[in-house]
Write a protein that binds this ligand. Structure first.
Ligand SMILES: NC(=O)c1ccc[n+]([C@@H]2O[C@H](COP(=O)([O-])OP(=O)(O)OC[C@H]3O[C@@H](n4cnc5c(N)ncnc54)[C@H](O)[C@@H]3O)[C@@H](O)[C@H]2O)c1
Length: 242
């Protein structure tokens, strides 16, 4: 039987790279997102994946969609949003948005998935997409850092409580990935573009595929004793070489 992998934020660049990685290994993939960019339609078809619309901030939407899926072996809580702002300028709306999606969305999706996995009693794997900034303060990023820190702690608490059900929960924490939200920022922010690689000891931005491979590893039998861990895929960025 094919493993069934469900990925939120699957219409985004990192989420879709994860979908490709799992599909290439023979999994059936369901992509969940608020929107699927139309240019992805042929690619979704090419990897044999299916798409369902969901808003991870809406419990009814999450429960209805997750409840209607086939049995889930692997779930990746990957949907995320980023709004940069100086602490002094950060609006309550931006704070709420980032917490609603990046932390609340992880809670709602993972709870719906975990309830199904526990009922089925065959274990499973959950990965939360965190960020290197979940443990490192970063200027202009108070709400993003704090929401990712919250998501990582949700994952660790889940790992603790769900281990007795054979469910492993880990965090994949990308650095600056030349894809998705960071790629969009690189295009419009010349200072960021000029300096992005400077603090990365390995000297390169990450790729979505590198994040996807780490995610697949965390969900593989090779990682059978790993739970409650954050796997950084950041080229050493959080080591702060200056
Ligand atoms: N790109 C990077 O450098 C980087 C670095 C660290 C962490 N991350 C994290 O990786 C994940 C994927 O980001 P990405 O770079 O592919 O960005 P992206 O914008 O391409 O993808 C994010 C996806 O999340 C979806 N989404 C947002 N709000 C949603 C909601 N309420 N319900 C359902 N889906 C929703 C968006 O529609 C989008 O498709 C995010 O959690 C992000 O925080 C990205």
């Amino acid at each position: 039987m094919k493993r069934h992998v469900v990925i939120t934020g699957g219409g985004g660049e990192i989420g879709f790279a994860m979908a490709r990685e799992f599909a290439a290994a023979g999994a059936a993939v369901t992509l969940l997102d608020k929107v699927l960019p139309s240019e992805l339609n042929p690619e979704v078809e090419a990897i044999g994946a299916t798409f369902r619309q969901v808003d991870v901030t809406d419990a009814d939407s999450v429960n209805a969609v997750v409840g209607g899926l086939d049995e889930i072996d692997v779930a990746v809580a990957n949907a995320g949003v980023h709004r940069g702002a100086r602490f002094l300028d950060l609006s309550p709306e931006a704070w709420r948005l980032m917490f609603d999606v990046n932390a609340g969305g992880v809670f709602l999706f993972c709870q719906a998935v975990a309830r199904r996995m526990v009922r089925r009693a065959r274990g499973g794997n959950i990965v939360v997409t965190g960020s290197w900034v979940q443990d490192v303060p970063h200027v202009d990023n108070t709400a993003y850092c704090a929401s990712k820190a919250a998501a990582a702690m949700v994952a660790r608490c889940m790992a603790l409580e769900l281990a007795e059900h054979g469910i492993r929960v880990n965090v994949v924490a990308p650095g600056i990935v030349n894809a998705g939200m960071a790629a969009r920022q690189l295009k419009i922010d010349p200072v960021f573009a000029a300096t992005a690689t400077q603090g990365i000891p390995l000297g390169r931005l990450q790729t979505a595929e590198q994040v996807a491979r780490a995610t697949a590893f965390l969900c593989s039998d090779e990682a059978e004793s790993i739970t409650g861990m954050t796997m950084l895929v950041d080229g050493g960025l959080s080591l702060f070489k200056r």
